[in-house]
Design a protein around this ligand. Structure first.
Ligand code: SIN
Length: 486
């Protein structure tokens, strides 16, 4: 590791403005998924430290919520500037613990910082409302107030941006936060804590609890009555568990869960743009994002041409160590992730898919790099149709009509992102409206931007992150009825 700011590498928990050991003094290892080397021993916190962090966040809330929005915004702005100033170091840490190529890691740091910039500004726009009274002497006023202490449970695939996407709106609203980062990637979270401290975010307002005991920290966050809101990004299975756990204390929740994104290309599309889009959308972060294309549907008239160009482009990807210049696909996060992709590919081939490229690990057994893989002639009987693949595998399905492809695209409990390419204006509208997804890219391979509401429908979750709607998830409405205005 070659950081310009060496203190961005932190291995202790961040509670109430201080970097501290776990009470037990126990640590857990963090590995570089490309080399397999241990890169850190991080404080292994549990329920006790979580309880303390929640209590401190509760104390801090009493003060933080009274700051003017302008003051909170200025502190957030400083945090944003520091993230940009140290983006190279933050990106390097991210690549080392997560594996994604440096160019993507830098992109993630900027993307993550952009939420902090955005909500530093939005802090001042938590406007309320007045409503004409229902009786002559009545006046009605609606104000928005910070919910309170927030528990944020964040994933390994975006170790930095999924923290800022939750913490920035929460802090802007006046809430305080306890973050539990993934045990696979706690270093990016702790580096953000270093910069939060430097930016002047007061003690207790932002806390980071690294742990290898996700269940007990999650249990405390979801059962502690002082936590009024849980925001989670991760799998639908874990999201359902957290929802159940939150029920007893009736917490508000935001859930950004799994996806099964269709990527549809109609006969009249610009094929080269669609191919470039499919590559970017499928292989970003080695296929490990919840908005990656999961099922690629190509209309019959262009199927052969698309397949030929798509396969050539997949074969041209540069795979290897994300720290090296020009690499476009790095390792997957861990052995069980690669093993699960291997099983999906095996299943598809057994059910008639043709392997057009890839289909194995790069560098032999034990390597966590899975080659960019394309499966032709895919069909809905295959597990890849129903499962979130979360790896660099692209099953391609042939379709004839708009009705047929819409039925297949919507045939899933998920509803996060969908993409499609074409030119017929009326069809673009029809299809965009008919797709049962929270986000739809039309002639676009990405939907992720600070200024738009990110989130899903159906079993992909609830709540929205980013945009002018993003702060609502951290605010309560209070209505005041003024009476006796004679
Ligand atoms: C995710 O995979 O959870 C987020 C992806 C994104 O923000 O683009």
């Amino acid at each position: 590791m070659n950081l310009a700011r060496t203190n961005l590498f932190q291995q202790k928990a961040y509670i109430n403005g201080e970097f501290v050991d776990a009470n037990s003094k126990k640590t857990f290892p963090v590995f570089n998924p490309y080399t397999g080397e241990e890169i850190a021993q991080v404080a292994d916190c549990g329920a006790e430290e979580t309880k303390l962090a929640i209590a401190k966040a509760g104390d801090a809330f009493k003060i933080w919520k009274t700051y003017t929005a302008t003051k909170r915004g200025k502190i957030l702005r400083r945090w944003y500037e520091l993230q940009l100033e140290h983006q190279k170091d933050l990106a390097q840490l991210l690549t080392i613990e997560q594996g994604k190529p440096m160019a993507e890691a830098v992109g993630e740091i900027r993307y993550g910082a952009s939420f902090v910039e955005w909500f530093a500004e939005e802090a001042r726009r938590a406007y309320g409302d007045t409503i004409p009274g229902h009786q002559k002497d009545k006046r009605i006023l609606v104000i928005k107030q910070a919910i309170g202490v927030v528990g944020a449970i964040t994933p390994w695939n975006f170790p930095s941006a999924m923290i800022t996407r939750k913490v920035a709106p929460a802090l802007a609203a006046g809430c305080t936060v306890v973050v539990k980062p993934s045990e696979l990637t706690p270093l990016s979270a702790l580096a953000l804590a270093v910069l939060a401290q430097e930016a002047g975010i007061p003690p207790g307002v932002f806390n980071v609890i690294p742990t290898n005991k996700a269940a007990s920290v999650g249990e405390e966050l979801t059962s502690n009555p002082m936590v009024r809101k849980i925001s989670f990004t991760g799998s639908t299975a874990v999201g359902k568990l957290l929802l159940r756990q939150c029920a007893d204390t009736v917490k508000k929740v935001s859930m950004e869960l799994g996806g099964n994104a269709p990527f549809i290309v109609f006969d009249d599309a610009d094929i080269d743009k669609a191919v470039a889009g499919a590559i970017a959308s499928k292989y970003r972060n080695a296929g490990q994002t919840c908005v990656c294309s999961n099922r690629i549907f190509i209309q019959a008239g262009i199927y052969d041409e698309f397949i030929q160009k798509f396969t050539a482009a997949a074969k041209a990807q540069k795979i290897g160590n994300g720290l090296e210049r020009g690499i476009t696909i790095g390792p997957m996060i861990e052995e069980k992730a690669v093993a699960s992709v291997e099983l999906l590919v095996e299943d598809a081939i057994a059910k008639g898919a043709s392997l057009l490229c890839g289909g194995q690990r790069h560098g032999g057994a034990g390597s966590l790099i899975y080659q960019p893989t394309i499966l032709g002639n895919a069909n809905p009987e295959m597990k890849v149709f129903h499962t979130e693949i979360f790896g660099p595998v692209a099953p391609v399905f042939k379709f004839k009509t708009e009705e047929e492809v819409l039925a297949m695209a919507n045939d899933t409990p998920y509803g996060l992102a969908a993409y499609f390419y074409g030119r017929d204006y009326a069809r673009l509208w029809r299809v965009a409206e008919a797709l049962e997804y929270g986000m739809v890219g039309i002639n676009s391979f990405t939907v992720s931007t600070t200024v738009a509401p990110f989130g899903g429908v159906k079993e992909s979750g609830m709540g929205r992150e980013g945009s002018k709607y993003g702060m609502d998830d951290y605010l309560e409405l209070k209505y005041m009825l003024w009476s006796g205005v004679e």
